[in-house]
Design a protein around this ligand. Sequence first.
Ligand code: 5RP
Length: 236
Amino acid sequence: MSSEMSPIDRAKYAAAVKAVDYVQDGMKVGLGTGSTAFWMIKRLAERVRDEGLRVTGVPTSSRTAALAREEGIALTTLDEAGWLDLTIDGADEVDGDLNLIKGGGAALLHEKIVATASDRMIVIADAAKQVAALGSFPLPVEVIPFGWQTTQKLVEELLEGMDVLGREVQVRQMGGMKLLTDQKNHILDLHLKHIGNPRQLAMVLNQIPGVVENGLFVDICDVLILGQADGRVTVR
Ligand code: 5RP
């Protein structure tokens, strides 16, 4: 860890280091996406180099794959691996029941598939990501480009009947264009402010034609590691 790191990065780093302690020799590990997962991959690579730890990683995004390759972590595909021992990933929000909002980095589809195909998902985050109720962070929903505006209208209509406080929906832009995920889909960001029933919302969103997946992770996270800038971590 460098003394140049910002307090938030120190918190993320602390959580990442603790999570990598869970990785054992020979494990197949899902590698998350984002700035917290970045530190996890750096630390995992350190253990591979220094301790000769043998791991096979399944990356959840092209960005993560590039970083892991650069760091010398052996990679495979989920289909090759079949099932994973562990996935370590970040989150945008975590509630008291370990429900998550993910997808701030637009990788929610692969992240959910990989985490679901793992014996255990460990979520790493700085302590500020913990919330009483999900929804302050806009909920990402991945939709296919075909008819995406119709899909957006259907999502908006659905929200009328849901236990949420905000209902604004925006297609995510990047560099003046609609963002494309690794699967060449778009992301709708749902500004809900408060999600009363994450389980129900997660299920009904996925019933809309055109919706591929949503960023609500319910009953997927097993362990939460929150880091603080002074290096302390709490594990739940
Ligand atoms: C990417 C994600 C990330 O895990 C989430 O956005 C948290 O990112 P960060 O660690 O950079 O705060 O879901 O799709």
